[in-house]
Design a protein around this ligand. Structure first.
Ligand code: CP
Length: 319
């Protein structure tokens, strides 16, 4: 489902300080943001947001994204307003998204927003001058997640270039994998798409790969050959909330499960990422395996989001 906006087909921010799609930032800016995230990892607490108010508007549930954005604001000395449940807001009385955004713009210097409709964050940028960071819009994009994914890949692999990245699970609705593919266009990746036919990578993202010279192969089997030749395995949850037919969800929800026994021949430096939350797709016995990185990945979200907040507010971060 898409927000009814005439700008839907562009899907990039109208306001250069906003971040609607990962396409809003190019290679150079990605590298700058990763360097800034590194500074925040070295020193997360800095008083850079004195007097600034950041609104976190979560029309969809979240644990990591909302709490890491709010932690980032707190660690930078700013203040947070917002909501984690829109049913407690005037949305439940029929207030439109446009009016909500215009109201919040009276109070905040930056809006971080998650919404179930694709294009909702872009729509928000059209009705306010306040910068907007898309914290996930339906099955479309999750660009701040991508920045922490890139940071995690860079930290673990020592580079972003020439990596083999295997994406597993819900590639149809998975906004994190959609954003990641688009960001990796600059770094000559090879992708493996592992999914059942119901949850395969949408044609538009495969077309994006072809148009940008990105190699990819598609697999139904999560085979040892795929696992053992990957630098990154990026697991995803099958998202129950995106299915109109619950029976279809039941049929596909447990098709891909990674356990420790499957990792014996993996490349030494291979790391397992997952945007989380996980359900059954990574067994608990992987958590203590040296290839597991998903909890560290979530911690990296704090540093990446501190960097993104400063970008949107035009704040220079020195050493
Ligand atoms: N990765 C992610 O978006 O997690 P949350 O849904 O908990 O924010």
């Amino acid at each position: 489902m898409q927000w009814n906006s005439p700008f839907n087909h562009h899907f990039t921010a109208m306001n250069t300080k906003s971040l609607v799609s990962i396409s809003d930032i190019g290679r150079e800016e990605i590298m700058e943001l990763l360097a800034t995230a590194r500074k925040f990892e070295e020193k997360p607490n800095r008083r850079l947001l004195e007097g600034k108010v950041v609104a976190t508007l979560f029309f969809e549930p979240s644990t990591r994204t909302r709490l890491s954005f709010e932690t980032a604001v707190n660690r930078l000395g700013g203040r947070v307003i917002g909501f984690s449940d829109a049913s407690n807001t005037s949305t439940s009385k029929g207030e439109t998204l446009k009016d909500t955004i215009k109201m919040v713009s009276n109070y905040a210097d930056l809006i971080v927003m998650r919404h179930h409709l694709e294009g909702a964050a872009l729509y928000a940028t059209e009705v306010t001058e306040v910068p907007v960071i898309n914290a996930g819009d339906g099955a479309h994009q999750h660009p701040s997640q991508t920045m922490l994914d890139l940071y995690s890949i860079y930290k673990t692999q020592g580079r972003l270039e020439n990596l083999t990245i295997t994406l597993v699970g819900d590639l149809k609705y998975g906004r994190t994998v959609h954003s990641l593919i688009m960001a990796m266009r600059w770094f000559n990746p090879t992708f493996r798409f592992v999914a059942c036919k119901e949850l395969g990578m949408p044609e538009e993202y495969k077309a994006f790969c072809r148009d940008n010279g990105i190699r990819f192969t598609e697999h139904v089997d999560f085979s040892p050959e795929v696992i053992n030749s990957s630098d990154i395995i990026y697991m995803t949850r099958v998202q129950r909330e995106r299915f109109a037919d619950i029976m279809e969800y039941e049929r596909v929800k447990d098709l891909y499960n990674l356990n420790a026994a499957m990792l014996g021949e993996a490349r030494e430096n291979m790391r397992i990422l997952h945007p989380l939350p996980r359900v059954n797709e990574i067994a608990l016995d992987v958590d203590d395996n040296p290839h597991a990185y998903y909890f560290d990945q979530a911690r990296n979200g704090l540093y990446a989001r501190e960097a993104l907040i400063c970008r949107s507010l035009g704040i220079d971060v020195t050493d």
